[in-house]
Design a binder for this molecule. Structure first.
Ligand SMILES: Nc1ncnc2c1ncn2[C@@H]1O[C@H](COP(=O)(O)OP(=O)(O)OP(=O)(O)O)[C@@H](O)[C@H]1O
Length: 523
């Protein structure tokens, strides 16, 4: 792609900021989410926004994308003040947002996802397809317009999201934690696309908790702390540590050195676990055998969609395996077959569960925090006594979690929906590590969590592990997998295909194993 091919309308006047936010304030009951925020984004740059969980990044981006009106302040796009009452207004002003959870329909084709709702631009016929082809090339999307979305991998779905906003004329693109689901090689490809596009005059706002990535891709980084912008830095000269300290406003503790606490006492034993997949002759899980021991973190690496979700949900009793067994082994070495037990029974047997999709499986969003503390624990102390719920106990224990896990909230009576994503996660991790579980099934335990809270969660998992907890860790964050695990198993197409030693493996090597690079392809 060359600059000459870029549509003329993409080239902005580089002297005028693409985005200028002035004095933006947004209040929620009990919280000032944004307080007098000023932000200037130059045309054609990648501008990263960093900040702790709950700092106010998402709120600011929702304001810029017309999803929430500010209480005070002004927004100017390319030098002109605009009122953004809804996303349609924002799209008209040339702003696009690529959400962390893709807003695409799996059962539609690539073309339908892109064209529907934007028929007025190029129809749905030849002109539309021609524009789609142009944008697919620009973003490196190798999929035909008639390909069903569900056939695409994560990186290609993300490209479809980007194509979709470009198709609608976006020249200022908000990327909300775009790398959370990508392997290193895919991150490199995304960054290459972003760089090419900035050369063509596109502007990016990049939200990320991964500070090394911010330093790799951004031209400027603005830090938000407790709702307000505290400074702008040059990512090429600032270190990740300095950036993190700017976010937190104080010095960070140094990471602990690791030492193995693995025992030879089995806690979870899977033998030949197999799960059929609907509408496919390939199993979703195929002959999975492993043991997790007390004091051990077993990490599962894999590109999303290779069976990790099914593995976790089968262990938790949410899916029925077609073969094999799941056993929990108690401290005396007595194995209990839980293959057919219900989810609550498994939890009562001492399994803590941090689910992949926190809003679907871990929280009741409309309910207050203390009610969420009870979820999954309704039969156990300190939230129940005998047959009765212990409201006072639940409230007191929620206060404890809020304190110990640094959940930023105005109180335990606000609904879970009012917490930022990272703070919701801290609440869940706190709950699932309560009550001395024997086994923790942790699916992406720090997804969307800031570096400070991530360090806190890792430390809590490490401590529990040292005290004998067995942990099955599924994560797309390779630094997390390498940093926390004692052993890593790589999952590909529903099978465990190789093992890696976290002490020596690099993220790049793990990325290759996860994508099956270098292996004979059986398909
Ligand atoms: N709809 C809402 N109702 C009440 N409070 C809200 C709402 N949305 C956000 N908040 C509060 O505003 C503050 C900023 O939240 P925001 O989601 O913008 O943070 P963030 O920086 O994006 O955090 P994270 O990194 O965890 O996603 C938080 O204290 C949050 O609890």
């Amino acid at each position: 792609m060359s600059t000459a091919e870029a549509p003329a309308e993409a080239v902005p006047d580089r002297g005028v900021p693409a985005v200028q936010l002035t004095g933006i304030t947004k209040r929620f009951p009990g919280v000032v989410a944004n307080s007098d925020v000023n932000l200037t984004v130059a045309a054609g740059e990648v501008h990263a926004i960093c900040g702790e969980n709950g700092a106010g990044k998402s709120t600011l981006m929702k304001i810029l994308y017309g999803m929430q009106p500010p209480d005070e302040g002004t927004i100017a796009i390319n030098g002109e003040e605009v009122k953004l009452r809804n996303p349609q207004d924002a799209i008209r002003a040339g702003i696009g947002m690529v959400h962390q959870h893709f807003m695409l329909a799996d059962n539609l084709t690539v073309g339908e996802n892109v064209f529907l709702g934007a028929e007025a631009l190029h129809g749905i016929g030849r002109a539309a397809r021609a524009r789609l082809a142009e944008l697919a090339e620009r973003t490196g999307l190798h999929a035909e317009p008639d390909t069903l979305l569900e056939e695409l991998g994560v990186a290609d779905r993300q490209r479809v999201e980007i194509v979709k906003v470009l198709y609608r004329g976006a020249k200022i693109i908000i990327l909300d934690e775009p790398t959370a689901v990508l392997v290193p090689q895919e991150v490199d490809a995304l960054f290459a696309t972003v760089r090419e596009m900035t050369a063509d005059g596109y502007t990016f706002l990049f939200i990320s908790h991964k500070l090394d990535e911010v330093r790799a891709i951004a031209d400027t980084v603005t830090v938000i702390r407790r709702g307000t912008t505290v400074g702008t830095a040059d990512p090429k000269t600032i270190t990740s540590r300095q950036l993190a300290e700017m976010m937190v406003g104080s010095e960070l503790p140094s990471p602990e050195t690791r030492e193995s606490t693995v025992t030879d006492r089995a806690v979870l034993r899977l033998t030949g676990l197999t799960l059929g997949a609907e509408g496919s002759d390939r199993n979703a899980l195929d002959d999975i055998t492993f043991t997790v021991r007390a004091g051990e973190v077993l990490g599962i690496a894999g590109v999303e969609g290779n069976g990790q979700t099914e593995l976790v949900e089968t262990i938790m009793g949410m899916r029925k395996p077609s073969g094999g067994t799941i056993e929990l082994v108690d401290a005396d070495g007595k194995a209990r077959d839980i293959t057919k037990a219900g989810t609550l029974a498994r939890r009562e047997a001492g399994i803590g569960y941090i689910a992949e999709d926190r809003t679907r499986h871990s929280l009741l969003l409309t309910q207050p925090l203390w009610v969420n503390r009870i979820l999954g624990y309704q039969t156990r102390e300190p939230v129940s006594r005998g047959q009765l719920l212990d409201i006072a106990g639940a409230r007191a224990d929620t206060e404890r979690i809020v304190r110990e896990y640094d959940v930023r909230t105005p109180g335990i009576d606000v609904p879970a929906a009012a917490l930022s994503g990272g703070n919701q996660q801290k609440l869940i991790v706190g709950r699932e590590l309560s009550g001395n579980p024997v086994l923790l099934i942790a699916s992406h335990p720090t997804r969307g969590v800031d570096v400070g809270a991530q360090a806190l969660i890792w430390e809590n998992i490490r401590q529990a592990r040292s005290a004998g907890l067995a942990v099955l860790l599924v994560s797309a964050d390779l630094d997390e997998l390498i940093g926390l695990s004692d052993t890593i198993q790589v999952m590909l197409r529903g099978r465990l295909v190789s093992e890696a030693d976290p002490a020596t493996v690099t993220p790049q090597e793990l990325g290759s194993a996860m994508t099956g690079a270098g292996e004979g392809d059986e398909e």
